[in-house]
Design a protein around this ligand. Sequence first.
Ligand SMILES: [Zn+2]
Length: 75
Amino acid sequence: MPLRFHTCPHCNQRIVFKIEENDIDSSKYPAPVYIFHKSEMCGKSSTFYVDSLLRISYRELEKKPGAIKTLETIE
Ligand SMILES: [Zn+2]
């Protein structure tokens, strides 16, 4: 299960989450997934877009349509 390291677009803190193939709709790439920043200081969701290797392409502050899951950060 790949780990991904990035920053939260709301608070710019470092975040870590795990993502798998079945977390996204693979019918088109980049594919969106919602990321919930599990932090007392933040607690906001955003949308991350990943390519077919589940690498992050870009991110959006808002929850954009098309994601099928919300992943909680583990850090
Ligand atoms: Zn955050």
